[in-house]
Design a protein around this ligand. Structure first.
Ligand code: AMP
Length: 438
């Protein structure tokens, strides 16, 4: 009986070549950018004690409805990470590195959501956390890095929304006013609405339910309840963004999905994604979370961007697919006795930093050229008896079909002069208004 054909869990995806090239591009670029801004890599476990994630908010959808929890063989309650900040803050509180501590990460997150385009049960995030400074200029740096990430990758029609959540002391007064409005204006919206108003009215503000939107739009705004310090901080952040020429919009109802935010919150949206999935990234300050995680009182800020959404919005898959994937493909026309030569040429090209490959399994000449095309090589380098006897190889430009003879000893230099080092040439961003690939 044939074995059952297995597949990945619903809402979770394999990312394989050639599409994974766009991912490699996104992650590599982000790693380079974060490095330039002074952030080091942090790698934390995918599993944490479920308690770690409860600190991001018992009443958030992510914790209350979407978390993957499990009991291990010793009876510990563990959870798969649903977001990045909690794990990094836990690591900070545990190891107490010298602040300011600036780290970046790339990691999968798990949320039991209703899967749809741009929304998955496993998604990947690129992000940073900067822990140990309350300076509004750190907020500006953090937002500037998020902005650079999206713009350098070529996300079109980008919008930066900013808001301030104020300080925790200002929250009760605002929540009081918000609750009073929601109770009054939303009396007819049913049990689920009213339960959420009582449990955590902030979580009403970021709810997507279309029936609730009118009441949400008329809700009192956080900005009206900010104290002097939070207001000055927010103004300094905006001044910094203006200095850097980063355009932003004030979004008085941007509270984001977790309970830990204080002061600055921000989100990057693009009009090229569906409205419900239009956020490519977001973040904000969380000045109390380190303490709540058992560490010393330490202000901090961070952001995360969805890799799938960045790749989709920037149309990276199509742009990266158009580039040659290899600089050279070695074609062996020497027959069985010449196999060593192909191995040597290939080793030499790779040692010189060129991206090179060959076919295996004694393929016919025609089969090897076909393999070179399929591998999206820029040049075919053919080793043939007559040319090799003269100390030369045949190099064919696979796009134009043009062919030249190149001396064997000059081959590496010849190819290097005509191919860019891997990752050096960024693919051009799509023109404004250009459609993204599905
Ligand atoms: P969050 O941790 O919810 O603030 O999300 C940060 C970013 O991760 C969002 O702006 C999205 O780009 C991305 N993201 C969040 N949830 C999902 C999901 N279920 N599927 C794909 N991307 C997601």
């Amino acid at each position: 009986m044939p074995a059952t054909r297995l597949s990945a869990p619903v809402g979770m995806h394999d990312v394989l070549p050639p599409d994974s090239a766009a991912w490699a591009e996104a992650v590599t670029r982000f790693a380079r950018l974060a490095d330039r801004y002074g952030y080091g890599l942090a790698v934390t476990p995918i599993l944490e004690h479920a308690e770690v994630f409860r600190r991001i908010g018992e009443h958030t959808d992510v914790v209350a409805k979407e978390m993957y929890e499990l009991t291990d063989r010793s009876g510990r309650r563990l959870a798969l990470r649903p977001e990045g900040t909690a794990s990094v803050v836990r690591a900070y509180a545990q190891h107490r590195p010298t602040p300011p501590w600036k780290v970046w990460y790339v990691a999968p997150n798990f949320r039991y959501e209703r899967p749809q385009r741009g929304r998955y049960r496993q998604h990947w995030q690129l992000g940073v956390e900067a822990i140990g400074a309350a300076d509004p200029e750190l907020d500006v740096e953090c937002i500037a890095l998020a902005w650079a990430t999206a713009t350098e990758m070529g996300v079109p029609a980008l919008r930066l929304l900013v808001n301030s959540m104020g300080d925790p002391e200002e929250r009760p007064g605002y929540l009081e006013a918000l609750r009073a409005h929601l109770r009054r204006a939303g009396a007819g919206l049913g049990e689920a609405f009213l339960a959420r108003v009582e449990a955590n009215p902030l979580r009403v503000l970021d709810a997507k339910d279309p029936d609730w939107q009118e009441v949400i739009e008329r809700a009192p705004q956080l900005a009206e309840h900010l104290g002097a310090a939070a207001r000055a901080h927010f103004e300094a952040v905006q001044a910094g963004l203006r200095d850097l020429g980063i355009p932003y919009e004030l979004a008085p109802r941007l509270v984001r999905g977790f309970d830990y935010y204080t002061r600055t919150t921000f989100e990057l949206q693009t009009d090229v994604l569906d409205a419900a999935q239009n956020a490519v990234g977001g973040g904000g300050r969380y000045d109390r979370l380190v303490e709540e995680m058992g560490g010393p009182a330490t202000p901090a800020i961070g952001f995360a961007m969805g890799v799938e959404r960045l790749v989709l919005a920037a149309g990276l898959t199509g742009r990266v697919a158009d580039r040659p994937r290899l600089d050279a493909f070695v074609i062996d026309a020497l027959g069985p006795d010449g196999a060593r030569e192909a191995i040597l040429v290939l080793a030499e090209l790779r040692a010189a930093g060129l991206r090179a490959d060959r076919a295996y399994g004694g393929r016919s000449l025609k089969g090897q050229w076909r393999a070179a095309d399929r591998a999206r090589a820029r040049y075919g380098v053919m080793l043939a008896p007559a040319e090799l006897a003269r100390g030369a190889v045949v190099v064919k430009d696979l796009a134009s079909g043009g062919q030249v003879e190149v001396s064997r000893s000059a081959l590496v230099g010849w190819l290097q002069a005509r191919t860019a080092p891997a990752g050096a040439a960024p693919p051009p961003p799509p023109a404004a208004g250009e459609a993204v690939d599905p």
